[in-house]
Design a protein. Structure first.
Length: 325
């Protein structure tokens, strides 16, 4: 049993991307790098394991061949596809205004096993920053009329944000990052996006980028709903933990340590994913010690019952919810 899996990211160049991910020590491919896929099992965009006996294998390969790493003895609860995707997004320009489908729509239309509920943690943002977050449409007919009439000012809702905000983005919620914002994005493992508006931008062949108006009208939640979010905070032995419950099939926690000396953290019987936003330290499992620093992403598998975190750091931990296993 391998105690920990470190991953190398996959990078996506985007028309709206920038170069800030290079500050994380990443070998970005260009000055228009919009996304680092820190933990991914999506075909052709997979992250590669960089340590241990499975070094060089993709996350998807290990998930398929060694389900006990993820579910222990409860292998019958294994999803067909790895269910989570962790990204860092650098919005150098406004992103297209878009929406994602839920699981039922995705499965019905052969778009994959999962829809796309996601969440954002704001890492960087300019002064007076905002997002596009929801619509003012009262009925689906009102929604369709405003979209086809390009009545954007009377349709889209702006939400003020600042560094440190945690923002749930459920399937069906219209949304978009805006220029200057950088986020950690934790989501279901899906790459399905329906664009509604894209500022008339053209791709590198000079063509307008595709829009998906009819699909978007079908999946947007109307009228828009407020997003559910509950926080639970705790502090023990130099580590503060904020748990974010947004009613999704996965849960997210932010762990911050200041000279943490390694108190024991008990772990449930499932895998956990970690992405280091700031600082450095070690994770200790039994007698094995693994150093980490900003930009690292790793997984602690199901067979590990506890671990210790040492150092000064800001880490996000992601996992499937217990009731879904």
């Amino acid at each position: 049993m391998q105690n920990i899996f470190f991953f190398s990211p996959h990078f996506e160049e985007k028309i709206w991307g920038g170069d800030r991910l290079s500050k994380w020590g990443y070998p970005i491919p260009s000055q228009n790098t919009g996304e680092a896929w820190c933990i991914s099992a999506i075909s052709e965009k997979e992250t590669i394991i960089t340590n241990g006996p499975h070094s060089g294998k993709t996350l998807a390969e290990v998930y398929d061949r060694f389900p006990s790493f993820f579910y222990g003895k409860r292998i019958g609860n294994k999803k067909k596809s790895f269910p989570l995707l962790i990204k860092l997004l650098d919005a150098n320009q406004d992103l297209s205004i878009q929406v994602h489908p839920n699981d039922r729509y995705a499965q019905k239309h052969n778009l994959g096993e999962f829809g796309k509920t996601e969440c954002w943690y704001v890492i960087e943002a300019p002064e007076n920053a905002h997002l596009i977050y929801g619509t003012k449409a009262t009925t689906r007919e009102d929604l369709a009329e405003k979209i086809k009439g390009e009545e954007w000012n009377s349709l889209f809702v702006k939400k003020s944000i600042k560094v440190g905000d945690f923002i749930p983005v459920p399937a069906g919620k219209v949304h978009a990052l805006t220029a200057g914002v950088m986020v950690l994005e934790i989501q279901q493992s899906s790459d399905t996006t329906f664009r509604i508006y894209d500022y008339g931008r053209r791709n590198d062949q000079g063509h307008l980028r595709d829009l998906h108006i009819e699909e978007a009208i079908q999946v947007i939640t109307v009228p828009d709903e407020g997003s559910y979010l509950q926080l639970h905070e705790s502090h023990e032995m130099g580590i503060s933990t904020t748990e974010y419950d947004m009613g999704a099939s996965f849960q997210v926690s932010r762990l911050t340590g200041k000279n943490a000396q390694g108190s024991v953290i008990e772990k449930n019987k499932r895998y956990q994913l970690f992405t280091v936003l700031n600082g450095s330290g070690n994770i200790q499992i039994n007698d094995d010690i693994y150093p980490f620093s900003q930009g690292d992403s790793f997984m602690v598998p199901a067979g590990v019952s506890c671990y210790k975190l040492q150092g000064t750091f800001e880490i996000f931990r992601s996992e499937e919810k217990l009731e879904t296993l």
